[in-house]
Design a protein around this ligand. Structure first.
Ligand SMILES: [Mn+2]
Length: 419
């Protein structure tokens, strides 16, 4: 007998069309491999979707995939993750469960004394007994586990699987992307297999009283940092488990996604011109076609603004040479010459005024209205304008020119709608 274990698929995470295709292709591969290798059931402990109600495109795709698995007679057991969790069962997961394509595992009862009792469900084909708890929003999980009635879970006989969504302290990795953790001892003891979700890298460990504790990791990406790990060679996939009355084998099944190039530039103690030069050189040197390009610029510039690092030119160069997507990380880039000093205030308006007033002295312009007190006023007007939201019923191609023209108007720049 065998089952598959996937997690953190984050369907709907990708915003770029090429990457959406990869996201779907990877998931389709996984489902196809599950069907062709004849698994008895599939486990998905959370973050199947990136948000609880993804756009219709994603829902439609998910339904077609789960329909395929359903038609192949393979039950899919799930718990919510931290991303697709909804406290009032308002998740696309609940739709999939309602039509019977997937089965929600958590059968929890709150008792009068505040404790929580969990019931098993039995997979009819294999007799495996499955229990699990959803991942909630950060911090809430711990309470549930602390109040969990463990005696019935631990004394149950048979081949037992526990589904959970959350980090385990004993399995922490150095990456720091895995957030909150709880002690392994909070999980009920004596299960043959602990199917984990939440940590995005494959991790399989054995502990006394805790059989196999396994995270398959994301099959593609659920955070931008995952793409960077992919570029650095992180293997992605899912887990295939053979079992009888105990676990016989746990195998990682790799899923290919796409090719990557990573361009890293250390900007520390350099002028912005020299950083731009290196970026240009490195970009010219790579073959970008059909690849995801990760660009990382980090460090503290001695001169120039961080905004002067010429990202848009690099982006154009790369998309002209056929890259699938360009992922730029500048959040560790600073500048000695121009750094924004924080300022306090009693309310949002005051904080904004003070931040502008505190920092405007760094600017050297000849135009009087851009500096000093009038500069602060102008900046505030501009900020207010740029912060305007799209109106109800306003189309994007109406909204963008409206904001742009108003902003240019505030700056006193002539606008020409004809172009
Ligand atoms: Mn996740």
């Amino acid at each position: 007998m065998k089952f598959a274990h996937l997690s953190d698929i984050h369907l709907g995470f990708q915003k770029n069309e090429s990457l959406q295709k990869i996201e779907q292709q990877v998931f389709e591969d996984a489902m196809q491999k599950c069907i062709s290798s004849g698994v008895d059931f599939i486990l998905i402990p959370g973050d199947m979707f990136h948000v609880n109600i993804p756009e219709m495109r994603v829902q439609k795709y998910a339904f077609s995939m789960f329909r395929r698995v359903y038609d192949a007679g393979i039950p899919v057991y799930v718990v919510y993750g931290s991303h697709d969790f909804s406290p009032v069962a308002n998740s696309v997961i609940d739709l999939l469960a309602e039509v019977g394509y997937i089965i929600k595992v958590t059968k929890a009862t709150s008792n009068e004394d505040g404790s929580i009792t969990l019931d098993f469900m039995t997979d009819s084909k294999t007799g495996a007994k499955i229990a699990g708890l959803s991942g909630l929003k950060v911090g809430k999980d711990l309470e549930w586990y602390q109040n969990l009635n463990r005696s019935n879970l631990e004394s149950e006989s048979g081949f037992k699987i526990f589904l959970f969504h959350g980090g385990i302290s004993e399995m922490k990795t150095e990456s720091g992307m895995d957030g909150d953790h709880m002690a392994l001892s909070l999980l009920p003891k004596g299960f043959a297999y602990y199917a984990g979700g939440h940590m995005h890298k494959f991790n399989h460990q054995k502990f006394a009283d805790y059989g196999h504790v396994v995270y398959p990791g994301t099959p593609f990406a659920g955070y931008h940092a995952d793409l960077e790990e992919n570029a650095k060679g992180q293997k992605r996939g899912f887990v295939l488990v053979e079992f009888e009355d105990t676990v016989k084998s746990v195998d990682f099944v790799e899923l290919k996604n796409t090719q990557y190039e990573i361009i890293e530039v250390d900007a520390n103690n350099r002028k912005v011109e020299s950083v731009n030069l290196e970026l240009n050189e490195k970009t010219k040197d790579i073959d970008a076609s059909n690849k995801i390009i990760i660009i990382k610029v980090a460090g503290e510039l001695t001169s120039g603004k961080t905004a002067d690092v010429n990202i848009s030119e690099i982006r154009d160069m790369l998309s002209n040479s056929g890259s699938l997507a360009v992922n730029i990380s500048k959040n560790q880039l600073k500048s000695k010459e121009y750094s924004i000093t924080e300022a306090k205030g009693a309310n949002k308006d005051e904080v904004e005024t003070n931040v502008f007033a505190e920092n405007i002295g760094q600017l050297k312009f000849e135009q009087i209205n851009l500096i000093g007190e009038s500069g602060v006023k102008l900046a505030k007007k501009l900020l207010r304008e740029l912060g305007q939201e799209q109106l109800i019923n306003e189309k994007k191609n109406e909204y963008i020119p409206r904001i742009r023209n108003n902003a240019l108007g505030i700056l006193g720049v002539d606008t020409d709608d004809s172009q």
